[in-house]
Design a protein around this ligand. Structure first.
Ligand code: ADP
Ligand code: MG
Length: 703
């Protein structure tokens, strides 16, 4: 149960003055709240400003900054209004002057009478806004503030600027946050007193007050005591939750699964290749874990195409040697089917029976499969989360492999471990190449094996960036390639109805390509029925169609080695991690492959940099580092796409030093007080709730 003192912070934002349904909806979107769940005061409070407007500086009008774009505050007399003729689109201009010079204020579509009231001729006003130089003259278009002397004294010299969203401007956020601060209680201190003293950190409450009411711009710097405190809190909550999972899982006595290697031998003999060094290392690490009597909790991390599947299969064969069953859980039906197609023949070569169980196996067939699983006839069970429904009983489940493909989070892992009653060993496979700091934040509970070496014979993928204006050319080249017998993916971003950006929908592109290559193009997107979509993918796999137009449904692990071309449209709208995943669909066979990133100008600086990184490297870890650097705090989209943990107050590109401290602290806490019952432990429960790591709280008393 959430400590009572925190309840006011979890009240919906609509309890604040001025927050109606529209604002509430925008806030829910901004904070990425799950469907139908309102944004709360805590979301506002942890939404930190990313900038300040400094109104400290009040230059004389002959000493204005020489470049456009700076925020200035001036004190000036209203000299004269120049209203446009009636019905003219021209703006209303007002000249204001001090003893040294003049500035023009510009208002479009404003009522003259309102402006006369706001800026009466002859009066003195404080005006604040973005300065622009236009035809050699200074002007301010739609000033942020026009204030009287009295009003001006009430204005903060430093106004925090918040990452905003459509329908919820920074200024509105500021007003709501100032109200929310009034509901912020002093909470028990959960940090180590020695650390606080050493770092000179404020309390949680003081830190929030300081960042939302900065006294100098330095208060918002990533290394300010307030920002560091808040970042550390969040990192500690993250590490503590992971440490709890680890403690809980490891502590629930695993079992030693010992094999004699005979089934593994048979599988290795059936493979048309030999393992890479990295694969051999990973297999050895996994088997050592399985043979120990502590429970395995291991992450197998490797870029797309690095060969994780066979490693998992060898682990499953090892479990079978020990007489135990294995389950492989994939994030979608399609992927489960694909794994089954790869694994079943190899398993069979070793005399093992693999079965497929998804939501689509129904009726008699399902009953039959369930019986095989329950009797132990099925050694390897491959499926989706349907594997963990109530009616699925295993004879003896010894190993659970989760193919995560960055779709499952810590929450799902917890759910899974709760369901795997038999204290099964857990192997999670992830295709997200992540820097070490991020691995710690995401998988601090796990041991890690990395496949950092690609199978031999892979050809590099040539990557080009081409503006959408040259679409005709790209299509013509694609037609030629298809005539040569090549197969290609054409990826379009998912376009939401409300979206105003120009982007091509997959349907539309499918129509164009069908015209160029009748009968050779298929379409697969997320809104199609599962069976229909799989049928199209299957046609593509068999080569019955040469071009697959798709939204990002192909992102998650589709394996068609013959595909050698991928064209990604509106590439500027994808995150780096996603572009890398998509490009990984090609270059899987031994033919040279290419990737075309079609983009639409104007590109933001970040988008340009992302495309450049894609052109320059194929190394997933280099791309991941670049991604981390490029992703600003405000770029929530990128974070969501890549499935990385979304920190609100911590920025891993700035606070990685704190992450290591948080990890050590969390481990120490669990050693001393694994159920968080001591005074500091009690306080730490508050922290877990504040940062919504409370999924870990039931672990404190369970087991
Ligand atoms: P991942 O799941 O890591 O993206 P897969 O397991 O799907 O990668 O493997 C990608 C491709 O590489 C598959 O076609 C697989 O047969 C092949 N492969 C795996 N290991 C090797 C190896 N050691 N040598 C050659 N090919 C390999
Ligand atoms: Mg795979």
């Amino acid at each position: 149960m959430r400590p009572e003192i925190l309840n006011p912070l979890f009240a919906p934002v609509t309890t604040l003055k001025g927050a109606g349904p529209k604002i509430a909806a925008a806030a829910a979107r901004l904070f990425g709240r799950p469907e139908k769940q309102p944004a709360r005061l805590i979301d506002l409070l942890l939404h930190l400003p990313h900038d300040v407007i400094d109104r400290h500086h009040r230059p004389a009008l002959n000493a204005l900054p020489k470049e456009s774009g700076q925020i200035v505050t001036i004190r000036a007399r209203v000299a004269r209004h120049r209203s446009p003729p009636p019905n003219s689109p021209a703006p209303h201009r007002i000249e204001v002057c001090d003893d040294t010079g003049c500035v023009t204020l510009v208002y479009f579509h404003a009522r003259g009478s309102w402006l006369q009231q706001l800026l009466p001729e002859g009066e003195t006003r404080y005006i604040s806004g973005r300065l622009e130089w236009y035809g050699g003259k200074p002007q301010i278009v739609h000033p942020d503030h026009v204030l009287t002397e009295e009003e001006f004294t009430a204005l903060p010299e430093l106004e925090p600027v918040y990452p905003a969203t459509h329908g919820l401007a920074s200024r509105t956020l500021g007003k709501l946050i100032r109200q929310a601060l009034e509901h912020l209680p002093e909470l028990p201190e959960w940090l180590d007193p020695a650390l606080i003293r050493q770092r000179g950190w404020p309390t949680f409450r003081e830190a929030l007050l300081r960042v939302h009411r900065p006294e100098t711009p330095a208060d918002l710097a990533p290394d300010s005591p307030a920002r560091q405190r808040l970042a550390f809190d969040e990192l500690l909550a993250n590490q503590l939750a992971l440490a709890l999972v680890r403690h809980h899982v490891k502590g629930r006595g695993g079992r030693a699964l010992c094999g004699d290697g005979r089934l593994r031998e048979r599988i290795l003999a059936a493979l048309p290749y030999t393992l890479t060094g990295a694969q051999e290392r990973a297999v050895a690490e996994i088997i050592a874990d399985m043979e120990s009597d502590a429970r395995m909790l291991r992450l197998l991390q490797g870029d797309v195409g690095s060969g994780k599947t066979v490693v998992a299969l060898l682990a499953m064969a090892h479990a079978a040697e020990a007489g135990a069953q294995s389950a492989l859980m994939a994030p979608s039906d399609l992927l489960a089917r694909q794994h089954f197609a790869t694994i079943a023949p190899l398993a069979e070569a070793a005399g093992l029976r693999a079965v497929l169980l998804t939501g689509r196996e129904k009726g008699k067939k399902r009953k039959d499969l369930l019986a095989q699983i329950e009797s132990g006839q099925a050694h390897i069970v491959i499926g989706t989360h349907a594997l963990f429904q109530q009616d699925v009983a295993f004879a003896d489940l010894g190993l659970v492999v989760v193919d995560e493909q960055h779709r499952f989070g810590v929450h799902q892992r917890l759910a899974l471990q709760r369901k795997a009653r038999h204290a099964a060993d857990v192997l999670v496979m992830s295709a997200t190449p992540i820097p070490r700091t991020l691995a710690l934040a995401l998988y601090g509970d796990m041991d890690i094996s990395r496949l950092d070496e690609k199978p031999p014979g892979r050809q590099p993928v040539r990557t080009a960036t081409i503006p959408i204006e040259r679409l005709g050319e790209v299509i013509a080249r694609l037609v030629q390639a298809v005539e040569r017998g090549e197969r290609a993916y054409w990826i379009c971003p998912v376009v939401e109805e409300s979206d105003t950006l120009p982007a091509t929908s997959a349907e539309e592109r499918f129509a164009t390509l069908m015209q160029a290559m009748p009968g050779k193009v298929g379409l697969a997107h997320g809104r199609m029925k599962g069976e229909a979509r799989d049928a199209v993918m299957e046609q593509f796999r068999r080569g019955e169609i040469a071009v697959l137009v798709a939204t990002t449904v192909v992102e998650v692990g589709v394996d068609v080695p013959e595909a050698s071309i991928i064209i990604i449209e509106n590439a500027e709208r994808f995150g780096l991690a996603q572009l890398h995943q998509l490009r990984g669909r090609v270059g899987r066979g031994n033919k040279p492959s290419s990737c075309v990133l079609l983009y639409r100008d104007p590109l933001t600086a970040t988008a340009r940099e992302r495309l450049k990184v894609m052109r320059e490297t194929e190394d997933g870890f280099v791309i991941a580092e670049a991604d981390l650097k490029l992703r600003g705090a405000g770029d929530l989209l990128g974070a969501k796409q890549s499935g990385l943990p979304q920190f609100r107050t911590a920025d891993l590109s700035q606070h990685d030093e704190l992450l290591a401290i948080a990890r050590d602290d969390a481990r120490r806490i669990i050693l001393q007080d694994p159920d968080l019952r001591m005074p500091r432990g009690e306080a730490l429960r508050h922290l877990l709730y504040l940062h919504e790591r409370d999924a870990a709280v039931p672990l404190l008393t369970a087991g």
